[in-house]
Design a protein around this ligand. Sequence first.
Ligand SMILES: [Zn+2]
Ligand SMILES: [Zn+2]
Ligand SMILES: [Zn+2]
Length: 136
Amino acid sequence: MKENGGRMTPARQALVRSLVASRGHVTADELAHEVAKDFPEVHLSTIYRTLDLLEEVGVIDHVHLGHGRAVYHLVGDTHRHLVCEICGTVIEVPEDTLDSFAGELQSKWGFTLKGNHFALIGMCAKCSENQENSQN
Ligand SMILES: [Zn+2]
Ligand SMILES: [Zn+2]
Ligand SMILES: [Zn+2]
């Protein structure tokens, strides 16, 4: 971290600790809330700046789970996300789940998919079942 120009202030360390403890899928607001327990003087804008900085130096990454809500991960946590738009369940799938789709986009359109930035939105098995039942 230091080599990359990021000054590791206690508040930043607390932020990273909260992120690790959360085991993924925390929003900036949730992280700010955690950090504020130890560092009540730290402003939300500082949290956002720190998240940007940690992202720039490649420590963390964010993913959108729908409607722009971004959650943070440590880099190296490479699963992909399926989000149910009915109940909001987040299903984590291995990163190679999208490989064949990504390969097709690449060969047909020369497009490189960044499958980690946005979740795939759909309906989970349970909600599909409920919907079928209510239709019958
Ligand atoms: Zn995740
Ligand atoms: Zn669902
Ligand atoms: Zn984004």
